[in-house]
Structures are given as structure tokens and as C-alpha cells.
Design a protein around this ligand. Structure first.
Ligand SMILES: C[S@@+](CC[C@H](N)C(=O)[O-])C[C@H]1O[C@@H](n2cnc3c(N)ncnc32)[C@H](O)[C@@H]1O
Length: 275
């Protein structure tokens, strides 16, 4: 059992990680999700058993399990074999009736829906077709989307320097944080994809073998580069695919991720609702 990010409390009180990583279900990250869900969904386990949740790119199943522990009917969708194996270890250990996992590309989520709630944490910025995926996501989500994602900065002169940034400045900033007000992700210059502005992010080399891609447990799966939409474009897409209300949430920082996460890492947490 090798868990890389989700520290989950098991039935006998032991945990999936033993390196000081906060327990996921006790972290600000999870509490912010649970409190938001409580605003819009019933509180009793009996009522929640009929509320379907999708956890997209669920990694080791920590969030999926936390939803199931709250009483929801939760399905984690994950592309990587090793991650799904860990998810199923958690499922077997907890023995919760409404905790399930499938090995699939999230782009196929419609096969398993519709869902009342979709959790899209750390996943959208691993796709090369985020606009098309957000349409799929909206078509499969009846009420609430929790979307934690990176977005592309509108202005960042480093990303117009091409190889100078990629091979010189970015490695220096990675080691020394020299003048690094915002993290250097080696993004492309601003361009357009699927009709919206953003920047490309290189995930892995096109020549990487399938076995190598399987071992990159947090990365994209079926695309070697991902497209990060600019923030304004992202909110426009969320509205145009059918979410009537789009909010931003800030109370997920403080333990698993630092408080300056939203300002230094081009990342935010959207709460999108259908009325
Ligand atoms: C950065 S991790 C985030 C994991 C988890 N959602 C979290 O926030 O802790 C991205 C996860 O998405 C999975 N993933 C990437 N692309 C995927 C795809 N197209 N379909 C299904 N899973 C994918 C990866 O294997 C990995 O588990």
C-alpha cells in the first residue's frame, strides 16, 4: 500500500499515510467541501443515500470515501490502475455500502450519471479539452459542481520567453524562488483552444511509454499536454455550459495547502450551481 496524497483513516484507526500528512477528512480542504454541500443538500443519512456524487480523477479515493461516510452515494472515477487499486483497498476496508470506484477516463462520466454533485478537484487542468469536458460535466451534473483548479495568468512575461524560460529561468526559480511571486509552470504564450483563451502546459513527452505514464500517478492520462483557461474565460464557460451561479470559495487553505495558495499558484476553488 503506497498512498501519495490521501491520508485516510481506516476502520481500525490506522491511516493510509504515516508521514505527518494531515488526515484528509479533517483538513480544511475537505471541511470546506462538506460545509458547502451542507448548504444545499439534506442532512440525514437516509436522504443522502439517494444523492449521487461523482469524484473525478479521484486518485486514492479520499474524497470519495469522505462523501460516502457522510451518507452520499459516491462514485470515484480514476484512469490509473495503481490508483484504482488503492481506492479499492479503501473500499474493502471501510465496507461502506455506497462507496464505489471505476477505472475510466473522466470524459466518459456520462455513462455512470447523472449525478447531483460533481467534485472536480485537481483534474480540469490535466485535460487538453477543458471546454468540451465542462459541457460533459454540466450535462451529467444536476445541481452542484465543486471545481478546484489552476487557471492561466492573463499576463506573465516569463511565458513569452519560450526556451529561455523553460530551460533557464524556470529551473533557477524552482531551486531558488528568485523573484518568483507566482510559481513558474513553464506555460505557453497566450493562445486559443476550443474558442477560448489560455495557455498550454506540458505534462509528459509524447514518446513516453504507456508504462511510464501509468507511473505518473498525479498527471494527465490520455493527453500529453493540457490547456489552462484564463480565469475570466473559465467563468464564462461555466455559465455557458449551464451553471447559473458561479462563486469562488477561499476556506480550503491552511493545512494541506498554504494560505498563499490562491495568490501564488494561479489556483482557485469555484462553486457552481444550477437553480
Ligand atoms: C492532481 S491528481 C488530483 C487527485 C484528487 N482529485 C485530489 O484532488 O487530491 C489528478 C488525478 O486525476 C487522474 N486523471 C488524470 N487524467 C484523468 C482522466 N482523463 N480520467 C481519469 N482520471 C484522470 C490522475 O490519475 C490523478 O489521480
Amino acid at each position: 500500500m503506497n498512498f501519495t496524497a490521501h491520508n485516510i483513516k481506516l476502520k481500525d484507526g490506522s491511516t493510509t499515510m504515516n508521514n505527518g500528512t494531515p488526515i484528509l477528512a479533517e483538513s480544511a480542504m475537505w471541511t470546506s467541501i462538506a460545509q458547502t454541500v451542507d448548504l444545499f443538500f439534506p442532512q440525514t443519512h437516509a436522504e443522502r443515500a439517494t444523492v449521487k456524487v461523482a469524484d473525478l480523477g479521484c486518485l486514492e479515493g479520499g474524497y470519495t470515501a469522505a462523501f460516502a461516510r457522510m451518507g452520499f452515494d459516491a462514485l470515484g472515477i480514476e484512469a490509473r490502475e495503481d490508483n484504482v487499486k488503492n481506492c479499492n483497498l479503501v473500499k474493502e476496508n471501510l465496507g461502506l455500502p455506497h462507496l464505489n470506484f471505476v477505472k475510466d477516463d473522466v470524459r466518459n462520466m456520462a455513462k455512470y450519471g447523472p449525478f447531483d454533485i460533481s467534485l472536480c478537484y485537481g483534474l480540469l487542468y490535466h485535460l487538453n479539452d477543458p471546454v468540451s469536458f465542462l459541457q460533459t460535466l454540466s450535462d451529467s451534473t444536476k445541481k452542484l459542481l465543486l471545481l478546484n483548479t489552476h487557471f492561466a495568468p492573463e499576463h506573465d512575461f516569463r511565458y513569452s520567453l519560450g526556451p529561455i524560460n523553460n530551460y533557464l529561468l524556470a529551473p533557477i526559480q524552482k531551486r531558488t524562488h528568485f523573484l518568483e511571486r507566482q510559481k513558474n509552470y513553464r506555460l505557453s504564450p497566450i493562445t486559443t483552444n476550443e474558442g477560448y483563451r489560455g495557455r498550454w502546459y506540458k505534462e509528459w513527452n509524447q514518446r513516453t511509454a504507456k508504462s511510464g505514464i501509468e507511473k505518473m500517478l498525479w498527471a494527465s492520462y490520455n493527453n500529453d499536454r493540457s490547456f489552462w483557461l484564463c480565469k475570466k474565460e473559465l467563468t464564462q464557460v461555466l455559465h455557458s455550459v449551464g451553471f447559473t451561479h458561479v462563486f469562488e470559495q477561499f476556506n480550503f487553505t491552511g493545512d494541506l495547502v498554504p494560505d498563499h495558495y490562491t495568490s501564488s499558484f494561479n489556483r482557485t476553488m469555484f462553486v457552481a450551481l444550477k437553480s
